[in-house]
Write a protein that binds this ligand. Structure first.
Ligand SMILES: [Mn+2]
Length: 350
């Protein structure tokens, strides 16, 4: 039997922004459900973070999610098993108050919310691990032998986003006795030993840019996981270099319409050509048009790294921290700065 795997779909993401609601709608309507229909897939396993915000969700996002996901799911006669992720639970130390239970209650005839570690045949399901369920979860993990674990894990030293590894979390060695482990939580996909982070299916922040997104199909007979590309792109970077490209010849910039666009200026020999190119981009409807020029003038004198081509804010912050003379734990500082930055991104779009 083939089962579709989703994770970290974050209904209501980015403050329930229309842009992201529309993007999620397109993913389900144009990509995900048609694939399931074409391939006779009628069951989904969701690895958590169904909702975006731990504490609230607005009616617009709920309404949209019902129309783009819950109703098609029911109409097509599909079913779903789901475990809560950290974004689906109100408190940090317990899963007790869980948005899945509060909001998907009406749909429980076809949605099975798994709140306790559960084994069905050779498939194990582990809800988000917190202080309250830690001991029980560890006992469960240790008591299993082989099989496939589906979870929403925070594991140390796996990439949280491209290039940034988690400084905290459980150790992968705790899970080495499973044949394979598939997890949500970190939005960048990665594989170490028997553990696969599937990565999120959609682009939600600049950290997802140029990081291909996939949903997955698990074959319960062959025990294989196949990834299916989501071709819908929301973030696009332009590496501007007029030594290499004659931008006066690029008239059609319609590819950048309805996208978040960032021009990273590598070389701008002809300012007039640059301005004209930016004008053309300004004339189409982008969600956002950012220009990243050379930031070297903003670097403090302690900072030894010479950053010629700053690509994104995260790189800039990390490079800056690397260059600072301090005995403080730089990984901790990076982690803090990155979570602050992501929090700020969430506030950005209304
Ligand atoms: Mn998530």
């Amino acid at each position: 039997m083939k089962i579709a795997i989703l994770n970290d779909t974050h209904a209501g993401v980015r403050n329930s922004s229309e842009i992201f609601i529309d993007y999620q709608y397109r993913f389900y309507n144009e990509i995900f459900f048609p694939y399931c229909e074409d391939n006779n897939i009628t069951h989904i396993i969701h690895l958590g973070d169904y909702y975006d915000h731990r504490k609230n969700v607005n009616f617009k996002a709920l309404n949209a999610n019902r129309q783009m996901f819950l109703e098609p799911l029911r109409k097509k006669g599909m079913t779903m098993d789901i475990i809560p992720g950290n974004h689906d639970v109100f408190h940090k130390n317990t899963n007790d108050l869980c948005s899945l239970k509060e909001l998907l209650g009406y749909y429980t005839s076809n949605i099975n919310i798994i709140m306790k570690p559960t084994t069905i045949n050779d498939m194990h399901f582990l809800p988000w691990v917190n202080n309250e369920n830690y001991e029980h979860s560890m006992k469960y993990i240790k008591s299993r032998k082989g099989g496939t674990l589906f979870a929403h894990l925070e594991l140390k030293d796996f990439e949280m986003m491209r290039g940034i590894k988690s400084p905290q979390g459980m150790l992968k060695s705790e899970f080495k006795h499973f044949d394979r482990v598939y997890s949500g939580h970190f939005h960048a996909s990665s594989i170490q030993d028997n553990i696969t982070y599937l990565g999120c299916q959609m682009e939600f922040t600049w950290a997802d840019c140029e990081d291909d997104k996939y949903f997955h199909i698990y074959d319960t007979d062959k025990k294989t996981m196949t990834r299916i590309r989501n071709p819908l792109i929301l973030y696009k970077k332009i590496y501007y270099n007029d030594d290499k490209t004659d931008y006066s010849k690029i008239d059609d910039v319609s590819d950048y319409a309805d996208k978040f666009v960032k021009i990273i200026v590598e070389k701008k020999g002809n300012p007039f050509m640059f301005d004209k190119f930016v004008d053309r981009l300004s004339d189409i409807n982008t969600h956002e048009l950012k220009i990243a020029e050379n930031f070297s003038e903003f670097l403090g004198e302690n900072v030894v790294t010479s950053i010629e081509d700053v690509e994104n804010t995260t790189d800039l912050m990390n490079n800056y921290i690397d260059g600072i003379n301090t005995d403080l734990n730089k990984d901790k500082m990076k982690n803090l700065m990155n979570s602050l930055y992501n929090e700020a991104l969430d506030m950005e779009i209304q």
